[in-house]
Design a protein around this ligand. Structure first.
Ligand SMILES: [Zn+2]
Length: 195
């Protein structure tokens, strides 16, 4: 009984988080269901990447048939490179694998465990990625971790104007838990000194 009850609340918690999903076009329930499944799996995998020194973000690119093209975590600390965010790494890996600087003909879908930062929005825009699905919103990332995600004026609309589909705030609770554990584990909050 206890098990069933806790499952119910677990489900209820997930359900309530789904209320805040954002999108820059009418939500396709099938695409959202796929994104929920992939992002939940990625949030479960992320602690293993963190244990090996990665930052608390994971990004994956799939083609429209559901084939995984590339998956990369954030390597800012391990690579000593301030722009090696998960999104930048996965774009680089996919372009190398497919031998192109323009991914548009592959109709790729990016799944990323948190909202892309200011830099990664640029990287996504110039890569030719067609669809973006993200987990935890930047506001939450900044509140939990202290990372600076940058200034992003109405990027969902800017992406819409460029034909890039965006769904966000997907499975937030699972993503926030990973970030909270990253902070609790006293992992590096990598950012430039402002003083
Ligand atoms: Zn970024």
């Amino acid at each position: 009984m206890f098990n069933k009850l806790s499952q119910f609340f677990h489900f209820f918690g997930r359900k309530s988080a789904s209320v805040s999903v954002v999108a820059n076009q009418t939500v396709n329930p099938e695409k959202l269901a796929v994104a929920r499944r992939i992002l939940l799996k990625m949030q479960k995998q992320l602690p293993d990447y963190i244990a090996k020194g990665s930052g608390p973000f994971l990004a994956a690119l799939y083609d429209e048939k559901g084939n995984l093209i590339a998956k990369e975590a954030n390597h800012v600390v391990t690579d000593n490179c301030s722009h090696n965010h998960a999104e930048m790494n996965v774009i680089r890996a996919a372009e190398k694998k497919l031998n192109t600087y323009d991914l548009s003909s592959y109709n790729l879908r990016l799944y990323v465990t948190a909202e892309p930062c200011l830099m990664c929005l640029g990287g996504i825009m110039w890569s030719g990625i067609k669809e973006v699905y993200y987990g935890v919103p930047s506001q939450s990332v900044e509140k939990i971790t202290g990372f600076d995600e940058g200034f992003k004026p109405d990027w969902l609309d800017e992406f819409k104007q460029r034909g890039i589909v965006v769904y966000g705030n997907i499975e937030i609770a699972a993503g926030e838990e990973v970030l909270q554990n990253y902070v609790k584990g006293k992992h590096t909050i990598y950012r430039p000194q402002r003083k």
